[in-house]
Design a protein around this ligand. Structure first.
Ligand code: MLT
Length: 393
């Protein structure tokens, strides 16, 4: 018997687990110090009333024989897929219902999707990037190559035709850098993928923060994407479902290579390994896209974007270089005084009790950078900023 030796190729702990361990050790040693966490991108506002109302109604449905639900459809209930379909329509994207698959979150699907790809595919991942893309591929034994995202290219690498990739990851607005592709830039990636016969795995978890009309909310706003892209989205960031768990993946029926249909394969995979998201959660998720739900959600999103501005203003006043904070809840900053990412992490934790995420945890090019999230409470964000100013001015 052998375990999967590929696990030797990933770091001992997942980035955010490592951050949590260090914070726990600090808190144990300094129980009197109040730590402010702006590290992991976890939301702090509760679910909006419209979502809660829908979930309560769904709980009542489960209490009566006439409305009780057992196993649901593998790809999600029609009522939720219809509301997702209408949401895409608002951005000019037409989807068939059977191209939408409801899941327990974008993170799960980003890992699970690899089941439908061959092990010998070459994977192209921007560096820095959300660690799930790299770790899941290393665990599966695939070779990963990197596209450099740097200050020089605005942390938005563009295709290089001298590189042959089979699977390409794009996250826009980007986690961790907050940088976002325009539709015109994405078109270049789509053309590259179609020419190279590659598939783009497009992480749109932060699309709800896009306010600039030039920027893409979905890769399917770009012509040609349906023959080369799969899109992953989430209710976590738009509607605070980090603990509730719900997301969706769009697999176009036109995505077919050598007679292998990705949509058909994904349904086959999901029906074999997944029994769907709870009915109560799906009812809550559908309420996000109602008129009232969206009104309430927009209020929450603007609350977080005010936090982003508070952090960005702080960086401006300290003369610290950063990107993000507009069209994104993340502020990606250059560590002051030439500090390394983990060095700055320890410095901030020990001297200001503010937690962020070290850029080096997102890749080699993240060394020397640091990520702060706007998902904290307004009070905590203001206090964190005051502490940072006092420490760094
Ligand atoms: C992050 O902090 O990068 C995100 O919260 C991670 C995630 O969404 O899984």
């Amino acid at each position: 018997m052998n375990f999967n030796k590929n696990f030797n190729n990933v770091a001992d702990s997942y980035l955010f687990a490592e951050v949590a361990n260090r914070v726990a050790a600090f808190t144990k040693a300094n129980p009197d110090k109040k730590v402010i966490k702006l590290g992991i991108g976890d939301v702090t506002l509760p679910l909006v009333p419209e979502v809660i109302k829908a979930m309560h109604g769904a709980v009542d449905d489960m209490a009566s024989q006439e409305t009780f639900k057992g196993y649901g459809p593998y790809e999600g209930y029609g009522f939720l897929r219809e509301s997702i379909q209408s949401y895409y329509k608002e951005s000019g994207v037409e989807l068939d219902l059977d191209e939408i698959f409801v899941s327990d979150g974008a993170k799960s699907d980003l890992g699970n999707i690899l089941d439908i790809f061959s092990k010998d595919n070459v994977v192209l991942v921007p560096d820095p990037v959300y660690p799930v893309y790299v770790d899941t591929n290393l665990m599966a034994g695939r070779s990963v190559i990197f596209a450099d995202a740097t200050e020089e290219n605005g942390f938005l690498p563009m295709p290089d035709y001298s590189v042959d990739a089979d699977i390409i990851y794009i996250c826009s607005p980007n986690n961790p850098t907050g940088a976002a592709y325009t539709k015109a830039q994405l078109k270049e990636w789509v053309d590259y993928a179609n020419e190279k016969n590659a598939v783009i795995l497009y992480d749109a978890a932060y699309e709800c923060f896009v306010s600039d009309g030039e920027l893409a909310r979905s890769i399917f706003q770009v012509e040609g994407a349906k023959t080369c892209a799969i899109e992953f989205c989430s209710f976590s960031k738009i509607a605070g479902f980090t603990g509730t768990r719900c997301g969706y993946t769009v697999v176009p029926k036109a995505l077919e290579k050598k007679g292998f249909n990705a949509n058909k394969a994904w349904l086959r995979r999901q029906s074999t390994k997944f029994n769907g998201v709870p009915y109560v959660v799906q009812k809550g998720a559908a309420a996000v896209f109602t008129k009232q739900g969206m009104k309430e959600i927009k209020k929450n999103l603007s609350y977080y974007m005010k936090n982003a501005k508070v952090i960005a203003d702080c960086m401006d006043s300290l003369g610290i270089w950063y990107t993000g904070g507009k069209n994104s809840p993340y502020i990606w900053l250059k560590c002051p005084q030439g500090m390394g990412s983990w060095e700055f992490f320890d410095y901030l934790l020990n001297n200001a009790q503010v937690v962020g995420t070290p850029g080096a945890g997102f890749g080699r090019n993240g060394e020397g950078y640091f990520r702060l999230t706007a998902f904290g409470s307004a009070e905590a964000t203001k206090e964190a900023v005051q502490r940072i100013k006092k420490l760094l001015k």
